[in-house]
Design a protein around this ligand. Structure first.
Ligand SMILES: [Ca+2]
Ligand SMILES: [Ca+2]
Ligand SMILES: [Ca+2]
Ligand SMILES: [Ca+2]
Length: 311
């Protein structure tokens, strides 16, 4: 019960945050649309978005590699990480030469032929359950530009839930987090929690898998980003209906935000009565094995919890 309360409170924080983010993005998009309607009669006021292939191959690829070759990190026993510049006589190992460095090849979401190198280093992958790509993850993080300026931060005692399904979440996070696990926690009894065995890592992403041309507060357009993060907990059943997040993706196309069986505007992954028949999904478990996905009372091929005729 305590965990649920805690998760609920943390969700509220997250929801407020996401609302702000969505508003910001909407505002920016409107601005761009308004600006692109302006034609050249005023002497070239039109905003031209840079070519994505050129931006990566000619601008960002080298600057990201250079950053990794000229910087190193150090880490304490709480997995707090600092990045610093390598001096010419330094004996530290650069990020580029770190034996733990992993490179993911990730397709650009817009240009099919463009493939990015997305880098991450697991300082510790985590000891509990693997994070899945549709989970809600409780994280602490620090976001930096390549000049080491911090543009955003959530410290350990103020972690935030990040929904990996969110359309406003940058692609780099969606790609990297499923390579980590979550941890465990103890309730200190005073409203605080202590996390152990959680995942901890760093990722370095080109702007094409982050905000690209959409400047954010403290993030200029076309900025590669660095994140240092901890994955404390992963919630694999966001709506608590006993159907796992990955099973709420009914058409199994990898996107949970296009499945709304009862058409009530709430996606199955957030809907605790998926077929809208007034019986909670968790109670449409005829054989009582704790899994509503394997109960099909009328034998029509549709499980009861997705079948408004049956419960
Ligand atoms: Ca669920
Ligand atoms: Ca629904
Ligand atoms: Ca559901
Ligand atoms: Ca139902």
């Amino acid at each position: 019960m305590q965990k649920e309360l805690f998760i609920e409170n943390a969700r509220k924080i997250n929801n407020n945050r996401m609302n702000i983010k969505i508003l910001l993005l909407t505002g920016l998009s409107l601005f761009l649309m308004a600006s692109s309607c302006k034609k050249d009669d005023e002497g070239g006021g039109t905003i031209k978005i840079r070519d994505r292939v050129k931006q990566y191959n000619e601008e960002e690829k080298d600057s990201i590699e250079n950053f990794m070759k000229t910087h190193f990190y150090y880490i304490d026993n709480q997995y707090n990480v600092k990045i610093a510049s390598l001096g010419s006589s330094s004996t530290h190992t650069s990020i580029w030469d770190d034996p733990g460095l992993v490179t993911l090849q990730v397709k650009d979401p817009v240009v099919d032929s463009l493939v990015y190198d997305l880098y991450y280093i697991p300082f510790r992958t985590g000891d509990n359950k693997p994070i899945q790509k549709m989970d809600n993850v409780l994280v602490a993080y620090q976001g930096l530009l390549l000049n080491l300026e911090i543009f955003d931060e959530r410290i350990d005692v103020m972690p935030v839930w990040i929904d990996l399904n969110s359309r406003t979440l940058i692609q780099a996070w969606k790609e990297v987090f499923p390579h980590f696990k979550d941890g465990t926690y103890t309730d200190n009894g005073d409203g605080t929690f202590t996390f152990s065995d959680y995942g901890s890592g760093m990722l370095i992403t080109p702007s094409g898998l982050a905000y690209y041309d959409l400047a954010q507060h403290k993030i200029p357009a076309y900025s590669p980003l660095v994140f240092i993060f901890k994955s404390f907990l992963a919630d694999d059943d966001i709506d608590n209906d006993t159907v796992k997040n990955t099973d709420e993706d009914v058409n199994q196309n990898g996107n949970a935000l296009d499945d709304d069986t009862d058409g009530d505007g709430t996606y199955n992954i957030y809907d605790n009565d998926d077929d809208g028949d007034g019986v909670l999904t968790k109670d449409e478990d005829a054989n009582g094995d704790g899994d509503p996905t394997n109960d099909d009372t009328d034998g029509d091929g549709t499980p009861d919890y997705l079948d408004a005729d049956t419960h």
